[in-house]
Design a protein around this ligand. Structure first.
Ligand code: WTA
Length: 663
């Protein structure tokens, strides 16, 4: 199908990008001299209905508001700006289904589809400006089309990852009070059809029990399977589109910069996921610029971000970022190692991918299968490689650089979060590449003021491990947490800010080191959040799920190191009187987590103990559990209530490690 349109030439690294730290730091220095005028200049590259009166309103800090008085719609920048240009007939998505079926979607196709869907959502379904619409779709082109149609009419999308369970979906529907749900009949994963509509239906029932009635369910036909149907409520996506005039045009609704563009739920340190809100004005400005700095997009590029749109990486780097740059992309539905471990490499070769962005977890997995899978394929089209989601170990970095990129392509390691909108710390070949150090995300991007602090708030010395902070607001920052302004302040701003002095410091809850050259090394979460295969999971969410089982009296979930996934959840459980540990019970507890959250959260192991290590005041000492799992010294135990608890857990952990080794 796809012609190879990339340059295809194998240029030595130094001829594509000649690394210069000075050139980058010079640009950076200017950017932070006056962030307001810097971002104001950057925002002028986008289309606005009305430009802003105030670049940055700090008066309600930490509820910073960007480009206040401005009006726009992200469709103007991602879609409508291409009408009448050469990009309009360019491919937006080379889509490939897991079974190998393909579709080619041009910018023109996407524009038509989005307009017709927007028309139908407005005229037939009755979605209004400011409504929330929940989207529960797999990786098919209808997903970006739906997101654009929703934002086009001024509604707010809440995309829920298709791997989440009905209960998790229901919780997100309820929190967002969504009356419309958009889903699919099913999709392919590892050769199986996942029956998504069935799960969506269960979620609708669960949401109704919590008082939120989903009035319409729109269903994309992807797998062609039989689905349960609720007459009057359910409607096929293709039937809806057919209702719209073929040349439907819906004007993108002008929205205020500080309106909510979308919500995306993410895990934190309580049982309840947070609805992170991104803004109509700031988010596109930040994403547009960072995309350019990260990937230095060029006309012939074939770009592939192998994430899922259900996470922030997909929102920013598969939907809005690339579309705002008129880039041609590869989009893939299924498992990365299906039907064999060469799937990714063969697709890079087939489409002539120039820019490839993925997670360290996927690289570790593919590396484990052996180099022969990489070597079989011509990967010389690759010009830039990227990673995101977790720290990348230097060995894997080197393998990626040498084996995959043939030492020609720089590795753009991007540190960021759902809350930050796009990358914050990463190399920027689109400005000037700095010399790379394997395992470091290098420098903060322009306009980003980052530092590493000690727990007491004083700056860490070079080389000293501390806590990452961001000291100035940036346009891609979250606007807040949906329905919970207090939690926003408590989670992100309480740790180091000094409100009485008017000093607000953003706290991402990541450990970091800044070295002598000013390079940042990101070292993982500093809170009770796990990073499993690049997916962010709250330990308390998992514990709450396990505690719903009648046999469980107490549960502590911690992360154990894993060579591929980075971390895996391990549950340490105390049973109620009358229950005995068994394999059957372990299976049941895992099943409970699968049902309440989803397959990604299932613990690798459940360890049954009689007693958890606790302080005298009754707080579970996770620190001890983590140290035991990581094989590190358990440190100070003076506050421990009963040392016998440690011995018991320690024995259970040793047993678990033996099992892991032999499997
Ligand atoms: C971690 C994903 C090291 C970090 C975009 C952060 C990283 C969390 C990196 C956010 C990186 C992300 N190096 N760690 N390059 N990128 N992280 O919200 O702990 O799913 O706080 O956003 O992932 O996860 P989230």
């Amino acid at each position: 199908m796809a012609e190879h349109t990339g340059s295809g030439e194998a240029l030595p690294f130094s001829e594509v990008y000649y690394p210069s730290r000075e050139a980058y730091l010079e640009y950076y220095r200017k950017s932070v001299e006056d962030i307001e005028s810097f971002w104001s200049e950057r925002a002028r590259e986008l289309e606005w209905y009305k430009t802003w009166d105030v670049v940055l309103d700090r008066s309600k800090a930490p509820f910073y508001r960007w480009f206040v008085g401005g009006e726009t719609n992200i469709n103007l920048n991602a879609l409508d700006r291409w009408v009448g240009t050469s990009v309009f007939d360019k491919v937006a998505y080379y889509w490939e289904g897991e079974p190998g079926d393909t579709r080619v979607v041009t910018y023109r196709d996407l524009y038509r589809e989005v307009n017709r869907l927007a028309w139908a959502l407005k005229e037939i379904v009755g979605v209004k400006e400011g409504d929330t619409v929940t989207i529960y779709l797999p990786m098919i082109p209808e997903l970006p089309a739906t997101m654009l149609a929703v934002t086009r009419i001024g509604a707010i999308h809440s995309v829920v990852f298709s791997g989440f369970s009905p209960q998790a979906l229901a919780d997100r529907i309820v929190d967002a009070k969504a009356r419309v749900l958009i889903t699919a009949d099913g999709f392919y994963r590892r050769g199986r059809v996942i029956k998504l509509k069935e799960q969506a239906d269960q979620a609708v029932v669960l949401a109704a029990e919590q008082g939120v009635k989903v009035e319409r369910v729109i269903v994309v036909k992807r797998a062609g399977i039989e689905v349960p149907w609720s007459e009057g409520r359910d409607v096929w996506y293709h039937d809806l589109i057919k209702e719209a005039p073929e040349r439907a045009y819906v004007k993108p609704v002008p929205r205020k910069s500080d309106d909510v563009l979308f919500i995306l739920y993410t895990s934190g340190t309580t049982g309840k996921p947070k609805g992170i809100m991104h803004s109509v004005g700031g988010y596109p400005v930040y994403v547009y610029n960072v995309f350019k700095w990260n990937w230095d997009p060029r006309p012939g590029d074939i770009y592939w971000c192998a994430a899922d749109i259900g996470w922030i990486t997909g929102h920013t780097y598969i939907v809005y970022g690339p579309l705002m740059h008129g880039v041609s992309q590869v989009m893939y539905e299924g498992a990365p190692d299906y039907p064999d471990p060469g799937r990714i490499w063969s697709m890079i070769e087939k489409y002539g991918v120039t820019t490839f962005y993925t997670s360290p977890t996927l690289l570790r997995l593919l590396r484990k299968y052996g180099d022969q899978w990489v070597e079989k394929h011509d990967l010389s089209s690759l010009r830039i490689l990227g990673t995101v989601g977790e720290p990348i170990n230097p060995e894997v970095w080197k393998w990626y650089y040498e084996k995959v990129g043939g030492k020609r392509a720089p590795i753009v390691d991007t540190w960021w979060q759902t809350e930050t909108g796009a990358a914050m710390i990463s190399p920027a070949p689109g400005i000037s590449l700095v010399p790379l150090k394997p395992g470091s995300a290098t420098y903060p991007l322009p306009g980003i003021v980052a530092d590493v602090l000690r727990p007491d708030g004083t700056p860490a010395r070079p080389g000293e491990k501390g806590l990452l902070v961001i000291k100035e607001p940036w346009p891609g920052m979250l606007m807040g947490i949906w329905g919970d302004p207090e939690r926003y302040i408590k989670t992100y701003w309480a740790r180091f800010s000094r409100p009485e002095e008017g000093v607000w410091i953003y706290y991402p809850a990541d450990y970091a080191v800044k070295d002598e050259d000013g390079y940042f090394w990101l070292l993982g979460r500093a809170d009770e959040v796990l990073n499993v295969a690049g997916h962010r999971l709250g330990t308390i969410e998992l514990e709450d799920a396990i505690l719903t089982h009648p046999a469980v009296s107490e549960a502590a979930v911690v992360g154990a190191p894993d060579p591929v996934k980075g971390q895996v959840p391990v549950a340490v459980v105390v049973l109620r009187e009358g229950y005995e540990p068994s394999d059957e019970l372990e299976r049941e507890l895992k099943e409970t987590v699968r049902k309440l959250i989803g397959p990604i959260a299932v613990p690798a192991k459940v360890l049954f103990v009689k007693k958890l290590p606790k302080t005298r005041s009754g707080k579970i000492m996770r620190r001890i559990l983590i140290a035991l799992l990581e094989g590190k010294p358990i440190g100070d135990t003076s506050t421990l209530e009963d040392p016998a608890a440690v011995e018991e857990v320690s024995r259970a952990v040793e047993e678990f490690k033996r099992l892991m080794k032999s499997s």
